[in-house]
Design a protein around this ligand. Structure first.
Ligand code: AMP
Ligand code: ZN
Length: 488
């Protein structure tokens, strides 16, 4: 089998994946801060991490994947500025910080499921505060100093701070004055003391007074507790390459008394942007998965949109792009709809090339696109190319159903589109405010047919667009005829 190569942000180079523990892959992904809904940009980070995990399983590794839940300690800036996100949301909504965390964690998990993101372990930061305090104690003398506001990490005490970011001095300058007394611009909080006279909803006793852990600490502690250090791959959005991950690395070096960054490979997905730039939650209205569904898009159309771009490229969101991705997904589902349905997860086949039950597949015409699929995925998860290989495989004529099912199962085990379990009916999502009856659809389709027979394509396109905006799909040239009826 082809070697799996991944892009390591530490070296900015592709490198072969060589597991630390034989036959195993251990992956840690920085998870959400559960003070609000996740926007679809955030979900791109988890679709990427899931695709990585699936590729590792496909390659035959036993996967352990952790996505932590940040339910304490994250300030409104990634540096030590601003308010605690959880406490702020609690005050704004008149609820306890714990209730806020539970509510948004549940919403996040529902979104993961809707996007076919395989369930990883979801430990909560608040369950690891004791371990965080112990970690702080182990590094306090050699690497930290105390100020009135908390315990701070002195980044000059570890070698080569910020090598992951490669631009840390510029980044750091802007942060220098925010906390009085910091020795270096990039120094960060290990522990934030509750200001005198105040009580926080989330606070713990510590050797540095009552307070809460700094945000960066949780990922060092939880990744070590859950995966052991060093582990294989650490992932996150590209913004984490600048502050959060360099800080994690510094903590790991200090704690381990070594120059090891904690993970062997650090991987970062690029941003989902919209025309206004990076998506953000700070401006009130923002794009959530539910909004896409309310507009009549299946959640997996968004997964398809993400897969169409390489994870290291920026991806621009627009409703038109989403529509195109949805249509592509529908075509795939149509392409496999004559095959027997299957909810089976593809098992881990270390050497499935050599397995007797796959022999026929490798001798069939589908073998060639399948090989291309593998090469694309193993080349730093090149999902755009992998998708075209899948389409070629599905379009291959004169292949036994049984063989086609095996091939689609194998490929979809990495892409996670649920092709063998989705039906047309599943993809027919009625937009929340759709106002169209069956009779109206019939009438419009008849008018469109008439326009087409008169070669009046302008009218026919307008009718089609109008139907699409109302959640009705028109699939021209589909011999089976797309079932357009709306489920109410
Ligand atoms: P947060 O809840 O803000 O900590 O973000 C959760 C994850 O989403 C992190 O890995 C971020 O780096 C990532 N992220 C945030 N915004 C975007 C975006 N627009 N596109 C892709 N990933 C993002
Ligand atoms: Zn993290």
């Amino acid at each position: 089998m082809t070697e799996l190569k991944l892009f390591n942000s530490l070296t900015r180079e592709l490198q072969p994946f060589e597991p630390i523990h034989d036959g195993e892959a251990r992956v840690y992904t920085c998870g959400p801060t559960v003070y609000n809904y996740q926007h679809i940009g955030n979900m791109r980070a988890y679709i990427f991490a899931d695709t990585l995990g699936r590729a590792l399983s496909f390659k035959g590794y036993k996967l352990t994947h952790v996505i932590n839940i940040t339910d304490v300690g994250h300030l409104t800036s990634d540096a030590d500025e601003g308010d605690d996100k959880m406490e702020k949301a609690a005050a704004a909504q008149g609820k306890s910080a714990w209730d806020i965390a539970a509510f948004y964690q549940a919403d996040f998990e529902a979104d993961l499921a809707r996007l076919n993101i395989r369930k990883p372990a979801h430990p909560k930061a608040t369950e690891y505060v004791e371990a965080m305090i112990e970690w702080g104690q182990s590094i306090a003398d050699k690497h930290c100093y105390e100020l009135g506001s908390g315990l701070y990490f002195d980044v000059s005490t570890v070698p080569d701070y910020g090598r992951l970011a490669r631009a840390v001095t510029d980044e750091g300058e802007g942060r220098i004055d925010e906390v009085e007394g910091k020795r270096n611009a990039a120094d960060f909080a290990i522990w934030r003391k509750t200001p005198p006279g105040e009580t926080r909803q989330m606070e713990w006793d510590s050797p540095w007074g009552k307070g809460a852990p700094g945000w960066h600490l949780e990922c060092s502690v939880m990744s070590k507790e859950l995966l052991g250090h060093p582990f294989d791959i650490h992932t996150g959005g590209i913004d984490h390459r600048e502050i959060h991950h360099p800080n994690e690395i510094a903590q790991n070096q200090a704690h381990g008394n070594c120059d090891h960054s904690g993970a062997k490979i650090w991987m970062h997905n690029n941003f989902l942007i919209d025309r206004g730039g990076k998506m953000s939650k700070s401006d009130g209205e923002f794009l959530r998965l539910q909004l896409l569904v309310d507009r009549g898009f299946h959640p997996l159309a968004y997964r398809m949109l993400c897969l169409q771009a390489h994870y290291r490229s920026e991806l621009e969101f627009s409703w038109e792009n989403l529509q195109a991705a949805f249509t592509r997904l529908k075509r795939l589902v149509m392409g496999v709809e004559k095959l027997p349905k299957s909810d089976d997860e593809f098992e881990v086949y270390e050497f499935y090339e050599a397995m007797e039950s796959y022999k026929k597949m490798w001798q069939s015409k589908v073998a060639e696109p399948l090989k291309d699929f593998e090469s694309a995925i193993f080349d730093d998860l090149n999902t755009p190319i992998a998708l075209t290989a899948l389409e070629r495989a599905i379009a291959t004529k004169k292949v036994d159903n049984e063989i086609m099912v095996q091939a689609v199962e194998a490929m979809d085990s990495v892409l996670g589109l649920g092709l063998l379990s989705l039906s047309r009916t599943d993809l027919r999502i009625r937009p929340k405010d759709a106002q169209i009856t069956e009779e109206e659809i019939e009438a419009q389709l008849a008018a469109r047919k008439e326009a087409r027979s008169n070669k009046d394509f302008e009218t026919s396109d307008r009718i089609r667009d109008d139907l699409i905006s109302k959640g009705v799909d028109v699939m021209d040239g589909d011999p089976l005829g797309w079932d357009w009826k709306l489920d109410i």
